[in-house]
Every structure is written in structure tokens, then in C-alpha cells.
Design a protein around this ligand. Sequence first.
Ligand code: FAD
Length: 621
Amino acid sequence: ALLQSADDAASQLSSTKYDYIIVGGGTAGGVLANRLSEDSSNKVLLIEAGSSDYNNTNIQVPWLAPVLTHSQFDWNYTTAPQEALNNRSIGYARGKVLGGSSSINYMIYTRGSEDDWNRYASLTGDDGWKWDNVLNYAKKLENFTNAPSVANASSKFVSTVHSTKGPVGAGLPQVTLPIDQLALNAQQELSSEFKFNQDLNAGDMTGMSWTPFAIAGGARSNSARDYVEPALSRDNLDVLVNTQVVKVLKTGTDGDTPVVNGVQFTSGPKEKLYNLTATKEVILSAGAIGTPQILLLSGIGPADQAKALSIESIVDLPDVGQNMQDHPLLTTNFEVSSNDTLDNLTLNTTFQAEQLALWTNNRTGDFTLGACNSWAWQRLADNDTVFKNVTDPSAGSKSPHYQLIWSDLYIAFSGGAFPQGHFLTLISNLYTPISRGSLTLNTTDPFTYPIINPGLLSDEAGFDIHTMREALKAGRRFLGAKAWKDWIVAEYGASANATTDEAIDEYIRANALVVNHVSGTVAMGKSGSTGKGSGALNPDLTVKGVKGLRVVDASIFPIIPAGHTMVPVYILAERAADLVKNPSSGSGSSGSGGSNSAAPIGTSFVAGIASAIVALAAYLL
Ligand SMILES: Cc1cc2nc3c(=O)[nH]c(=O)nc-3n(C[C@H](O)[C@H](O)[C@H](O)COP(=O)(O)OP(=O)(O)OC[C@H]3O[C@@H](n4cnc5c(N)ncnc54)[C@H](O)[C@@H]3O)c2cc1C
């Protein structure tokens, strides 16, 4: 059942015995709610702070993703001032609605590289995290199908590494843009630097490829539609929305070990608090900000931090809240000579109305698109000077150091006036940051946001800023190919003057933002030690030093994946569901078991482009 309020459902909740209580109905939480309730002997409760409005039109229309940031579906966090970014504080989006960040993100669909997953296996001593095993889960979760309008689809991905039987709809962009062929021509011209990769979800993430999206039938896929909705009719699943968990609770001890299988939740600040105990486990899936905040408020984290706030410590776990990582992002704009760009969706109201009608009537047209149709994921050269002082932080040769996106319109994530004209935007992002930050509590009030410090570009060796700079230079080389000469007029705006390394660094520090992939704040490590740097979780994602508590979300990565993070979260949540159901499936288990009974649902960018789009969104609403 879908329960809209803790107060209205109080008597039902207190008289029901739940085996599993999942905190956070986001990307990972949705997977768990579905998979654990597949077994009719399990009674499952999913608690979500946001609303159940996951079918909102702005969530469904892929092109409107940018308007979801700073909307009612966003927690609207802000980072602490980032010293290496001229002390700027940056807006930090996180989904607050059923589906979590999968309901507000940009839907880019990457699994991470073979090397990334194999490194997780070696860091945790659990072969179950190896690529060969997680590939089974990557297939189990997906329904990779392309609309008939996708040109030459079979040459744009490798069908043998994909599945059409899972719940999460994904595929390739269904509209061809003029810049698609120009980008391909540029790749061929510069093929010694930019190799072509037919499918970056096959283990090797490097090279230029087509961009896959979690978009199916022209509309957004998310964990609410793909996992929660199909399970809602089950008698053994309750989904409680508009309810924030403020703490997990110690309910007893097993020998000397605290048992933490209780939760405390409420409808809002100053509202009534309720306690509930799970007969088996509490699973925290509140995301890489929500989960460490709940743990720290509960006394599960660094004991000195708990003491400073007079919180009774349940277990001293120094790694909780530490190890935060994200991918820094930079946009630069290029003026183009063509008037056939996606800027027309902003500039030309007639064209906009036509495209909107296509989406509304049959889920086709430009509103089905995401940020780009093709892109490149690149490595620094092996002999790059930076490696004289720094050990390569990437997981291996199949993991990219940086990403280049070319978008067919003007984008400025930081907002500002939209220049009337036609543009191409280069987005150059660092994917192997060495920098790490932290999350700490501000106060013991669960409704006061914690101090979020991703520590962007803060590494002492300067690897991160070096790689951001090299990424921009590589992007300029790509756009400097002859293939673009009749299209690109010139770089536009402040970045155009950043020609020396020093000036580029200045531009980065003044303008870099973040891709919103926050990870690592409750990392898994090898079993055993709870000391600093050993990880707060065992390889099966149970919390060290307590019983009855597990974490399943983007917090668990010991090192941020060198790719977008949504699919890695889906993958780890699918494996976690098996680990919960069958604990002996731990090390080295195969993920091929289980059914795909979460039935797929068929049919049903960016503050800079937002001014016109916001108006459009208002119209749609
Ligand atoms: C704007 C944006 C764009 C992005 N673009 C992409 C992209 O294109 N591709 C990609 O792969 N990744 C992208 N990401 C990242 C990706 O979406 C996330 O890494 C991933 O979805 C995180 O999953 P999660 O389960 O860890 O957390 P979430 O999906 O964020 O789920 C956490 C859930 O817990 C709930 N919650 C939090 N605290 C509490 C509490 N105390 N009580 C109850 N509920 C609580 C939240 O409301 C939320 O629903 C983007 C993220 C954002 C924000």
C-alpha cells in the first residue's frame, strides 16, 4: 500500500511486523523494495522523505530534466565554501521524491568500467564485486531497447552485453542531430587520440561512443516507475512517503554487539516522532548525504564528533561521513554558424510547440532527448608529466580520466542570461578525482542540513586541476578538427580568453561546478577492522560493529566510479538484494539467479537553458 502520512498510518504501522525497513525510496531503495518483497514471506516497509509524485510531467519529459534542480523534488543542498574554487559554495542537487535522484537526474546510463568493479573486489576482498559477476546484475536490471527511429541502432551498441528482460528502460537517442555526423567525422580525423568505442557499457569505458540514456518510449525511466510501482500491489510491501527518518535505534545487544534494527521517523520538524523495529534488518538507502547524516545523528560514526555534539556513541566508526568524492564539471560555449541547433527549443516558440505536441501525442521529437547524442571518455597520455609526481588514480586502462560532452545548444549550469543565438557547449569533467571531502553534522537537529564538503580540486599534488585543464585542452583539440570548420565560429564568452595554463586554471577555479555524483561517505572495505581508512561497511554492506543494519546506496563506493553513478547504484542494489535474501551468496556468488518479475513500464538541460524551459514547464504543469 502507498501510505501518504506517518500520522494517518500510525496505528497500521505500529500493529504490523516488518522484516525489513528500507530508509529512502530512491534509486537503490526502490530496487530493494521490489526485490525483497518478491518473496511473499518478507514484509517490507519503504520510507521516503519526499512525495509520491514521480509521474509529474516535468519528471517524465527527458528534455525538462534541468528544471527539476531547485524544484520541489530537490533537497536543494549547498556545499561548504570550496577553497580550491575561489571559496565558492555550490548548489548540490539530490532527489526528494519517490525514485530519488533517478527521478531528477539527467538519465545518462553508464555502468562503470571493468577495472572500476575489479578494484572494488580487490579493495574489499569480495570477488562478488568483480565485473564478471556484476555484469549479471547489470543485465538483470535493464530493458535496453531502441525506438524504431534510432538510426543504425545495431552499430551503436553491442547487443550481447545488454538485456531486454529487466525493469529499467534504456536505449539510444531517438532523434538524429546535424552535429552527430560532424562529431563522427572529427573522431575519424583525430582517431589516434579519439578512438571509437561501439559500446562503453561493455567493460571498456574509454573512447568516443553514442550516449545511452535511461529513457524508454520517449520518457524517463526511474526506480519509482520501474521497481516500486510494479510491486505496489503486493500485500507484503508498504511504501510510506512524506516521512523523514531521523535516526536508527539500538534495540538491544547480541553478546557485546549492539543490535540496531529500529528507526525513528516523523512527518516534519516539531511533528510527532514514531519508533519502529524491523524483525530482520534496517537498510539505509538515503543516499550519500542522507545516509551518513542519519548514522551520525544515531551515534554511529566518529566517536569524537558524537561527543562534541553530546550524542551517545553506539560504535566508533571513523570512516562515516569521510571519503566524500564527486566529479568536477566545466562548461565552455562555442558560437556556431548554423541555425539548426537545439537552441531553437528556447528561441523559437513555434518550433517548441511543435516538438511539445510530438512528445505529448506519441513521445517522439526533441523533448525525448538528453544532454548529448555522442561524447568521448579519455585518458591522459601514459607519459603525461603529472605522473612524475602522482600515481595514476584510475582503476586501469579501461577507466577514463575525463569526459568530453558536446551539446547542441547553449548551456550554463550556473544560470545567467541566455544569449540569443546558436551554440555548441563543451562540458569537460574530471572522472578520477584524488580529492576527497567529508560530511559532518552542523547540529543534532535532523532538519538542519549537514556540512557538505566534497573538497573539489583540493588534492595537494594538483592532479585534479591538471586533469581538468588537460580535459578542456583535449575538448578544444576535438572541436578544432577540420570536420567542424563550417559549423563552429569561435569559442564564446570568458573562456575564450583562457589560453595559457594559468588562465585556464583561473577559469576553472572561477567556474567549475559538479556533476552531482556524490559518493563514498559510508564506504565498504575489507571485513574486520573498524579503524580509520578501513571502511565503515563489510563487503556485504552490513555496518561494522553492529548487527541488524546495512547501507545500500552511493555511499558505499570506496572510490567514486569513473562514470555516471546511477547504473552502478542500480547494480549494487540488485546484488545487495541477493545478499540480504541469501547471505551465503557473499563472496564470489553469481548474480544470474532471481527472476525479472519487476515488469517494465512501457511508454506511459541545465539552469542555463532554463529561462525558456521554466516557462514551458509551467505551461506543462
Ligand atoms: C541533478 C542530477 C543529475 C544527475 N545526472 C546523472 C546522470 O545523468 N546519470 C547518472 O548515472 N547519474 C546521475 N546523477 C547521479 C545519480 O542520480 C545518483 O548517484 C544516484 O541516483 C544515487 O542513488 P542513491 O540510491 O544513492 O540515492 P538517491 O537516489 O538520491 O535516493 C535517496 C533517497 O532517500 C531519500 N531520503 C534521504 N534522506 C532521507 C531520510 N532521512 N528519511 C527518508 N528518506 C530519505 C531521498 O529523498 C531519496 O529519495 C545525477 C544526480 C543529480 C542530482
